[in-house]
Design a protein around this ligand. Structure first.
Ligand code: HEC
Length: 120
């Protein structure tokens, strides 16, 4: 029994360690579609339906993750000092996302072709 739980603990730790770095791009696209992000930001993440809806494709992955978590903190009622974003639309959208969804969506969006680029 002890051996089994040790093995279980070891494999759980491995899953955490690998999960932290390996975002799943296909799952990111699937989550983007499932949570209807495309209805505002466009299926490709860059053809948004209104100028006020930002282009997400090609944006930096860590920026996207940070933005989504900030909306989540804002929607959860965290104080302004907790680096929040307050937005009624996005607050409601991110409330449904797990951390894994956020990681995968951010990774997938950052890999999409886009007019966002560093110009030199
Ligand atoms: C009903 C329209 C709508 C839907 C659906 C929607 N968004 Fe947004 N999104 C917006 C608007 C409007 C903003 C700008 C909000 C603001 O001013 O902070 C925004 C902002 C963002 C930002 C911040 C971008 C930046 O450059 O700061 C990210 C990231 C984002 N959305 C991702 C998503 C994801 C992922 C989904 C699906 C889970 C989604 N959005 C669904 C309208 C929408």
């Amino acid at each position: 029994m002890k051996k089994i739980s040790l093995a279980l603990a070891a494999s759980t730790m491995f899953a955490f360690a690998s999960g932290a770095f390996a975002a799943d791009l296909a799952a990111g696209k699937a989550a983007y579609d499932k949570f209807t992000c495309a209805s505002c930001h466009g299926a490709d993440g860059k053809t948004s339906i209104m100028p006020a809806y930002p282009i997400l494709a090609g944006q930096h992955e860590d920026f996207l993750r940070h933005a989504l978590r900030s909306y989540k903190r804002g929607a959860a009622g965290a104080p302004a000092s907790a680096n929040i974003r307050k937005n009624a639309i996005m607050g409601a959208m991110v409330a449904q996302l797990s951390n894994t969804d956020i990681n995968n969506i951010a990774a997938w969006l950052s890999k999409q072709p886009s007019p966002l680029a560093v110009r030199k």
